[in-house]
Design a protein around this ligand. Structure first.
Ligand code: CP
Ligand code: NVA
Length: 313
């Protein structure tokens, strides 16, 4: 008997473009009907493990799993045996016998890959140092919703400015390319995206009608963009570099001038938490072009869509 391999969502390109579309359509449908599907009715448990702080991811997965009929088991790893050195593989071998999926926010991408390698239930990346793929599903769903549907995504120019080497930059590259967007990253030379991820994104963009541009020039990056995205200059784990980073990134702030260079009607994304006056000014974050609160809300709908889709594999 052949068994279908378990599907995991560890990076944005773990799904095909058609699968991404299916999940995004489902996310928009979940926004209209919060109780559209109940794949975890029973209730079945889903483990949601945090090695780093979180507000949105914690609340959206907890609420979402409950709305899917399931039981969210939220674990701070410091209070579990993972925090005392139990191996990732042994943790997976235990959890897979008790839960229907494992959602994990951790540090290295290799850790979540190890969890997936030892788990017969889906493993979902709730942010690693390298990727934040659930956030990009939410971002794409919010843009689609704000622009009339998922068909609106392909062909848009989505520009991320700021720390080009962080998880958000990498996920915009892959997720945006998969959606057929023209993805640009504007970042300082020492904070460029990982070259292998840029190559993967370029290959995806070529397959799906988009493109990928990486530049050190803020103005070139944002000129003519439809969507402007940014993120904190100091990601979780980089706190010791706070002062150095503030200087390096000051020319990459999203502000009124950024919006003047972008297309008329350009919309602004920020995964949050935001630091007003640093990576984005308050007038832009709180202004009419910002769709950050819809984006935050879509964490709930998009993750419910993802979990429902994974449960149906
Ligand atoms: N955007 C995001 O992942 O937020 P949290 O860190 O609060 O989960
Ligand atoms: N790049 C940020 C995202 C926070 C949601 C971080 O990793 O801290």
């Amino acid at each position: 008997m052949t068994t279908t391999p378990t599907r995991h969502f560890l990076r944005d390109d773990d799904i095909t473009a058609a699968e991404q579309r299916e999940i995004l359509e489902l996310a928009l449908a979940f926004r209209k009907d919060r109780h559209l599907e109940q794949p975890f009715a029973g209730p079945r448990a889903v483990a949601v493990i945090f090695d780093k702080p979180s507000t949105r991811t914690r609340v959206s997965f907890s609420t979402g799993i409950a709305e899917l009929g399931g039981y969210p088991l939220v674990i701070d790893s410091a209070s579990s045996q993972l925090g005392r050195g139990e191996s990732v593989a042994d943790t997976a071998r235990v959890l897979e016998r008790m839960v229907s999926a494992i959602v994990w926010r951790t540090f290295g991408q290799e850790l979540i890959e190890e969890m997936a390698a030892h788990s017969s239930v889906p493993v979902v990346n709730a942010l690693t140092d390298s990727f934040h793929p659930c956030q990009i599903l939410a971002d794409l769903a919010a843009v689609a919703d704000a622009r009339g549907g998922v068909d609106a995504l392909a062909g848009l120019t989505l520009t991320y400015v700021g720390d080009g080497a962080n998880n958000m930059a990498h996920s915009y590259l892959l997720g945006g390319a998969l959606a057929g967007m023209h993805v640009r990253v504007g970042a300082p030379a020492d904070y460029m995206p990982d070259e292998s991820i840029v190559l993967d994104a370029k290959r995806l963009a070529a397959e799906h009608g988009g493109s990928v541009t990486v530049t050190t020039d803020h103005d070139d990056a944002v000129a003519g963009s439809d969507i402007i995205a940014t993120d904190t200059w100091v990601s979780m784990g980089d706190e010791d570099q706070y002062e150095a980073r503030a200087g390096v990134f000051s020319g990459y702030q999203v502000n009124a001038r950024t919006l003047e260079l972008a297309n008329p009607g350009a919309q602004v994304l920020h995964c949050l938490p935001a630091y007003r006056g640093k990576e984005i000014t308050a007038d832009v974050l709180d202004g009419p072009r910002s769709i950050v609160w819809l984006e935050a809300e879509y964490r709930l709908h998009a993750q419910k869509a993802l979990l429902t889709w994974l449960a149906s594999r």
